[in-house]
Every structure is written in structure tokens, then in C-alpha cells.
Unconditional design. Sequence first.
Length: 126
Amino acid sequence: MFDVDAVLGDPRTRIIVCCGSGGVGKTTTAAALALRAAEHHGRRTVVLTIDPARRLAQALGLTELDNTPRQVKDSQLHAMMLDMKRTFDEVVLTHTEPERAKEIFANPFYQAMSSTFSGTQEYMAM
């Protein structure tokens, strides 16, 4: 039998990924694991979603989620939602001069890629 608490309490466990097809409970499972690790094992946890439906925020009682980890009440649990466009923009701003960043942001290819490129959310989450 698999001992989830042993995995959550093991300091060598740094990342747990919940994946599967739509509607199987990935968000619910991730939130439950993160909450258990934070409350029962005292682990500092961040649960990250790429689902724009905002189910995670609702489940945790948060009004908003974005690229900044939000603390859930007075716990070691934090939650965030990866914003694909903002993440791309932050990479550009970090690695280019302001004038060049302005040109990149105005480029139609960049605009399309940074907001609709298939699989990008999953790639950035990793």
C-alpha cells in the first residue's frame, strides 16, 4: 500500500505533480495534498494551477490567484495560478533592454505565441 503521509512528510520530497485528463480531480487532489503537507507535516507548500477556471481559488477561500503565491489563511500553504502571458512578459523584461522589450511586445507573432501557443502552460508550470 502507498503511504501518502510518508511521501508528504519526507524532506526529500520537493515536488508532486498531479496530472491526468480533464475532470478527473487533479486540482482537488493537488489542493488536498498541499493542505495535508502544510497542516499535518508543517511543510511550506505551494499548489500551482494552470486552470483559468479558478476552482482552486474558490476551494481555498481565495478571491484571486495569479503569478504571485497567495497565503491561505495563517498556514504554510500558498496557492498560485500560472498566467502564461505574464510569465512570458516577465522573461522578456528580465532578459532584454526596455526598448527591445517594447518591440517584442508589439510583435504580432509574440502576441499570439505568448497567449495561445499550445502546451505552453504545461511547459512553464514545469
